[in-house]
Ligand binder design. Sequence first.
Ligand code: ADP
Ligand code: MG
Length: 685
Amino acid sequence: MYRLNDDILSIKGIGEKTAKLFHKLNIFSIEDLLLNIPKGFTSYEDAKIPEEADNDKLISVPAVLVPGSVVTKKTGRYNFSLAKINCSGIVITVRFFNMPYIRNLLKPGTQYILRGIIKCSKGQFTMLQPQIFTPEKYGELLHRLMPCYHLTKGLTNNTIQKAAQTALKQLEPVFDYLSDIQLKEMKLLPISETLCCIHMPNTQEEFEKARKRLAFHEFFSFLYLLRKEKQERPDTILQNPMIAVADTARLLEALPYKLTKAQSKAWNEIEQDMEKNIPMNRLLQGDVGSGKTIIAFLTLLKAAANNRQGALMAPTEVLAEQHFRSLKELIEQYGLCIHPVLLLGSMPAKDKREALQGIADGTYNVIIGTHAVIQDKVEYKNLSLVITDEQHRFGVNQRESLRKKGNHPHILVMSATPIPRTLALILYGDMSVSVINELPANRLPVKNCVVSDSYRPSAYKFMQKEIAQGRQVYIICPMVNESEEMDELENVIDYSERLKQVFPEEISIAHLHGKMSLQEKETIMHSFEHHEIDILVSTTVIEVGINVPNATVMMIENSERYGLAQLHQLRGRVGRGNHQSYCIFISSNLSEKNKERLTILSESNDGFYIANKDLELRGPGQLCGIAQSGELGFVMADIYNDKDMLILADAFCNKVLQKEESIHEQNFLDLNLHLNSVSDKMQTL
Ligand code: ADP
Ligand code: MG
């Protein structure tokens, strides 16, 4: 029998090599495997005789092998086999890759059903790499839904599907923490049924019901754990509250700009919180470019001037690095009492040791890094403040781990994601909120256009003009990780190579992606900031937080692939200085629907408006919503699409805490469903 927390290696048929591929998809345990929600389904239709109209489609055909027709050829490391089959009088050539044993598999004179992509050219049919079924086996599958999973090179859909089925068939019973009555009242599926329906549903509705249950579970677990902890925790009284210091006022005087009204208000609220004798717990919400970073720096400065340590956490190494550098510049320029250190997971061991030592003995009073800064092995001398930048990328669960670090630290989380008020009250109900609802006055709105790829040459010309005037350019290429053939790395690299052919030599072009080493990333971002690079071709790794005000053109290839909120974030990389900026959304697939969606971006620069429109257009129950860059770190649930579940979980959670309802606590804790490890597993982009 399998258990949820068994390693996937324990599944029959999965060896070290396959396990490594699963790891690439962030699947380590059986639980991960079962929570790997399919991105869609196909269904097995009745087998039929192919027609020309079936070209390029996945179909099933009845087949009998033409005797003696199997040939196997070898080319390099690969071999492929050809066979001819007779399909009620039509002969189809079938190609198999690396399956020399096909000769023994297909017996002459026996009836099979083959399922694969059919190609039709001049009345000749070919079928590529079909699956082979006996008519009986196919009959069992007929009209069943087949899940399609996100894949990685080398790992087929079939392997994932088989693994999930094997695990489910021999899974130790998973007991629910909800009673039958509660399940019935809330119209939720029991957990055990849910896991089966996720991977082997009979209907699309059954799947959607199961997915809703997981969404409920994810929301409920988050809210329950957070609120229960809060209910049981005695109010913390800080012995030595911080005091007002002159350092922050001096910095504000010296800055080349004045804070906007909204920034000043937020800063006032934070200052007051920090001087109280209870820990601050505040969310700072402000659209991209509204100037949240300087507020974070002021907050860190105040802690430092009070002889305490403060940490600033960013979701990507690139962003953490940038914060570190801009803080250092500020320190040098204005002689601030800050001794900062950078702490990243991928730092060389020697640097890390030195950093950890200095953090423990208090040499450093500001620590900037990725989630490495809250890991167990980091010991602080007197951590009294933790700031999270781009909170929505971390996941709501992280807030709890923050609180447990240091000596009841003040907590400030910053986010650009606008969430509707009802949802914000549930998700951030435990926090005070400051809003920066205006941009610095000197900003010119970004000019936008949505175009097809035939516009690309003109876009390049336009870039050249901007570069001639001393500006810089970003080009975003899609991160392709779901396709077997394409590799993200090649994409960005190939693209920048091609650009070098298009642009004159003196224009300097470089590329950036998440899989580069820390040092490479640092070097590239540093050179881009210092204008040694004119065009930066990047994956969405620069999506969050990056600030190079001299960059004025953002061009996004395949923009139809991204959610509107994400596109808005990307666009936020330009329009950060005094120059007019431009954003070009390129799409090779300009269907009416895509155009309508993208046009919203050219209509508005307001993140809140865009998020709401996005929601309207996406409509409820859309599968792809899950992939919306893991908003707020929820993995299975989408705060927009599964709003109903969030509200249900919120109400139920309150009843449980007020003892009007009860749950089977042990079953709940046993279930776990990897909620606490979500943020740990989050890739450093
Ligand atoms: P975000 O809110 O997206 O994190 P940043 O903090 O990166 O925005 O700020 C964007 C840019 O605006 C930075 O270059 C910053 O120096 C500048 N900035 C911040 N506040 C002001 C202000 N009040 N007036 C002018 N420029 C500002
Ligand atoms: Mg920012």
